[in-house]
Design a protein around this ligand. Structure first.
Ligand code: AGP
Length: 614
């Protein structure tokens, strides 16, 4: 997701725009830019790779006059983060500038049509296609800017929140949205646009939330106008905000971590968008399509990662082995890089990293490439060091993850690994049609399933009071959910500082069961799967020794309700995607216990979001 800001009024726009971008940097920080219309209708566009600070340094010697402008801080989805791909983008004539948050699914088709009509493009972005299309419509139809925007958006498939300015109409800003948020701030003789209210709140608390398919027409000195995509008057519902800036940055949640946990229905939707169609079993991953031979001839796959990403890798191992029938090993990147491994061109190394900057993972894949292996990245940050160091890859597209404890990135990683396993299995013919249909249907339903599972929040919040002052926790799981047990333990220990360990449930009798007593709570992950009977006996072993059990079970499973102390019910899902659903209560439990302990969940002690050192 990106951040956009617009201003029209009586004050210098530049300072308002840049300050607004700083407020929105939590939405993305690959590159930043600003477009200003001077009083004599000259359009100045300044943009640069990097953060907003870099933009300010870039603008120090520039003409930043003007009381109307738009600005953007980018989270790349199409095209590397660089100066050319930075927003604002402008039309061929240089008269129209546009900033955009979202993705245009059919930008390729639109680009080809515009190129056939003589348009040329500077960047790799979908956004430039939109601003060129608006100008094409305006010139072809001889219409106003708002009419051109309205007509152009009829051709667009995808998500957008845009702000547009035009030297031909120097007293106008046009805003429009579909699926991406856009807020209008109504001040005294001045109007603001932004992706959320944080850039607006210090100037006015009167806001209008634009609805999907609505277009805002903001003209200096005139009342706000809103029309719909079919040119009918839109509703102007002015709300008075009572939230602080800090609350607004977190979308009204008290912490980024809780916001990101609750974002997962939409981030998983973004993750699968364009890769799984609205129906049918096909999975389309360009990284697999472009490297078919590598996957068809691979003798084995080695997954390298750290922390939560390593846990995702353990799930990926089971998925790829079971569905694509390729042997997989999972290595801690920090160990792998010094293990002098035997690698050759028949090996594929998959590097998983949210930040794309983890030093151990970067070093591991650089070594793997020197040994001739094909390296495939699963990253979140477009253009990150690891993404650029790999031969190919698949981005998880979950937007910036600010909370140090990884939540939405983990579920995004496992979702991509599931799609990767299916795509390779389909290529190799190792997955039967019925299984592929079941898995892709389940992935398509993930946003709804996660939304349903998030309803456990209040129950878990209450439950967390019982365990605020324990000193140790045990997490048990089997099969696909043994890694879930490891991940649940990591979530708890890294934000609540309570010691927690994850184990394969069957491993208890080989030592850990000696730990069980009344002081040691155990979380048991026990969905309806082939291990269900066995995990019931694991629970009984814990109970027999006086331990308390929090069991995560499939909705309606009464067999465990009679023996566990607390039951958390999740929806019935195929085993292969159960770790994604299971992770939701585990994330919420860690969050609420840590909050009860008064911990700083977004910035836990001793930890950093990206470990760029050994
Ligand atoms: C997870 O909650 C931690 N923040 C940490 O284990 C993290 O997953 C690990 O440092 C790897 O980071 P990466 O995914 O950015 O490479």
């Amino acid at each position: 997701m990106c951040g956009i800001v617009g201003y029209i009024g009586v004050r210098p726009a530049y300072e308002i725009l840049v300050k607004g971008l700083h407020r929105l940097e939590y939405r993305g920080y690959d590159s930043a830019g600003v477009a200003l219309l001077t009083d004599d209708a000259k359009l100045n566009v300044y943009k640069t790779r990097g953060k907003v600070d870099d933009l300010e340094r870039f603008c120090q010697s520039k003409d930043i006059a003007g009381s109307i402008g738009i600005a953007h801080t980018r989270w790349a989805t199409h095209g590397e983060p660089n100066d050319i791909n930075a927003h604002p983008h402008f039309s061929r004539s240089g008269k129209i500038a546009l900033v955009h948050n979202g993705t245009i699914e059919n930008y390729g088709v639109l680009k080809e049509a515009l190129e056939m009509n003589g348009c040329t493009f500077q960047s790799e972005t979908d956004t430039e296609v939109l601003v060129q299309l608006i100008e094409y419509v305006k010139e072809t139809n001889g219409c106003t800017l708002v009419e051109a925007v309205r007509e152009a958006l009829k051709e667009v498939v995808g998500a957008y929140a845009i702000a547009v300015i035009d030297t031909d109409e120097p007293d106008t800003v046009i805003g429009a949205r579909k699926s991406s948020p856009l807020v209008i701030g109504v001040g005294e003789g001045e109007t603001f646009l932004a992706s959320d209210a944080t850039p607006i709140i210090e100037y006015t608390n009167k806001v209008v939330y634009l609805n999907d398919d609505e277009i805002a027409i903001i003209r200096r000195g005139e009342p706000l106008q809103i029309i719909t995509a079919d040119n009918r008057p839109g509703q102007i519902d002015i709300k008075t905000l009572r939230m602080s800036v800090s609350q607004l940055e977190k979308g009204g949640y008290p912490h980024f971590m809780l916001k990101e946990i609750n974002e997962q229905p939409s981030t998983i939707h973004d993750c699968i968008r364009g890769r799984i169609a609205s129906r049918g079993p096909e999975v389309t991953l360009s990284g697999v399509i472009e490297n078919k031979d590598k996957f068809l001839n691979a003798h084995r796959i080695i997954i390298v990662a750290c922390g939560t990403s390593w846990h995702a890798g353990l799930i990926g191992k089971r998925l790829i082995q079971e569905i694509a029938r390729i042997p997989v090993t999972v290595e801690y990147a920090s160990e792998f890089r010094y293990s002098n491994p035997i690698l050759d061109e028949h090996d594929i190394v998959i590097a998983i990293s949210q930040s794309g900057e983890t030093a151990d993972t970067l070093a591991a894949i650089q070594m793997a490439r020197r040994c001739g292996a094909f390296v495939y990245g699963v990253c979140n940050v477009v253009g990150s060091s690891i993404a650029r160091a790999t031969d190919s890859g698949t981005y998880i597209h979950v937007g910036p993850e600010i909370g140090v404890a990884s939540t939405k990135a983990f579920t995004g990683q496992v979702t991509v690994l599931t799609m990767l396993a299916v795509a390779i299995g389909s290529l190799k013919g190792t997955i039967d049609p019925a299984t592929q249909t079941a898995v892709t249907d389940a992935l398509r339903n993930l946003p709804a399933l996660i939304r349903q599972t998030l309803k456990l929040n209040d129950k878990i919040e209450k439950l967390s009071s019982t365990y605020t002052y324990v000193h140790n926790f045990l997490y048990l799981g089997r099969g696909y959910n043994f890694p879930s047990a490891l991940e649940g333990a990591l979530k708890l220990k890294e934000i609540s500082y309570i010691h927690a360990e994850g184990y394969p449930a069957a491993e208890m009798k080989h030592g850990p069961i000696a730990l069980i007593d009344r002081e040691l709570p155990t979380v048991v992950i026990a969905p309806n799967d082939e291990m269900h009977e066995k995990i019931i006996s694991n629970i009984q072993q814990v109970k027999a020794r006086g331990g308390s059990v929090i069991a995560i079970v499939t909705k309606g499973d009464t067999s465990i309700a009679e023996i566990a102390d607390h039951i958390l019910e999740i929806p019935e899902v195929p085993e292969v995607i159960s770790p994604i659903i299971v992770s939701i209560p585990l994330q919420l439990l860690a969050y609420h216990v840590a909050i009860k302990k008064g911990c700083n969940v977004d910035m836990p002690r001793n930890l950093a979001k990206s470990v760029t050192v050994e």
